[in-house]
Design a protein around this ligand. Structure first.
Ligand code: ZN
Ligand code: FE
Ligand code: FE
Ligand code: ZN
Length: 264
């Protein structure tokens, strides 16, 4: 019943392990389905943490190799695409490059040169108030939802990764993004990756998730694995959170179509 759609390959330069090892770990942990979602290529050299355009066919091959070795495990094709204003046409073009099961929309960049989750850019946090960073981040997340480019959104409150969190009620930061996600019909990730970061909390926060549930925004679980051992990481905990919030189903994807999976 459980599946994990957010995992990387060595092609992005900061993940380890062949997809066949991720598949083996998924089977070992009892997952029924997995999907890969490498960081999307850009038309030009853009940063140092994404797959090169010239490696795209290798990406498809790696998944094929994993499928051959584990024919009993469905392995879906995805891509984690950065939402960057002005790059919408490029993402649309990428979506035509293969028969994708889903495209994940991700906000990492809140300005043209600040990927807010980048540990090498931690000094930027000292240069502006946390409130401003959060406002920018969730505005970008709202725009990502409005773009209509993606099937689901990655790590909805990634901006908290290093523990930079404004004081007081966070709902005013979330609201614009939640409105846009609700209107778009998009799905959001409940990602256990945050548990492995400084913040030590699932993405999104319980408050964000409660508001998402109230608005009937569908969810799925993901690990954002960058190593085989991370596949399905802490899914029992994520499932418990999702159930306690009120959810009774998860959303799977096939050829960019939603499939509702009851939580047993
Ligand atoms: Zn990554
Ligand atoms: Fe990401
Ligand atoms: Fe990722
Ligand atoms: Zn990610």
């Amino acid at each position: 019943m459980l599946f994990d759609y957010h995992m990387h390959t060595p092609l992005c330069g900061h993940a380890t392990g062949h997809p066949r090892e991720y598949a083996a770990e998924a089977i070992r942990k009892g997952l029924g389905e997995i999907g890969f979602s490498e960081h999307n290529p850009m038309p030009e050299k853009f940063d140092d943490w994404r797959m090169d355009l010239s490696d795209f066919s290798r990406y498809l091959e790696l998944l094929e190799e994993a499928r051959k070795e584990h024919p009993q495990l469905p392995i879906r094709l995805g891509l984690e695409c950065d939402f960057i204003p002005g790059r919408e046409a490029w993402v649309r073009q990428l979506g035509q490059k293969a028969d994708f099961d889903y495209l994940i929309g991700a906000v990492h960049y809140i300005t043209p040169d600040w990927d807010v989750d980048n540990p090498l850019k931690l000094d930027r946090w000292k240069q502006q108030p946390v409130e401003e960073v959060w406002t920018r981040y969730f505005r970008a997340l709202a725009q990502a939802a409005q773009s209509g480019l993606f099937d689901f959104l990655a790590h909805p409150d990634l901006v908290k990764k290093f523990g930079h969190i404004p004081k007081g009620d966070l709902l005013p930061y979330y609201r614009e993004a939640l409105d846009a996600i609700e209107a778009s019909g998009m799905v959001i990730e409940v990602s256990t990756a945050g548990l492995r970061k400084e913040v030590a909390e699932i993405y999104p926060s319980p408050k964000f998730l409660q508001e998402a549930f109230r608005r009937k925004i569908p969810v799925l679980l993901s690990s954002d694995s960058h190593a085989p051992g991370e596949v399905g990481h802490e899914f029992a905990r994520a499932l418990k959170l999702v159930r306690e919030t009120g959810y009774r189903e998860l959303t799977a994807f096939r050829k960019r179509q939603k499939i509702r999976i009851p939580i047993s």
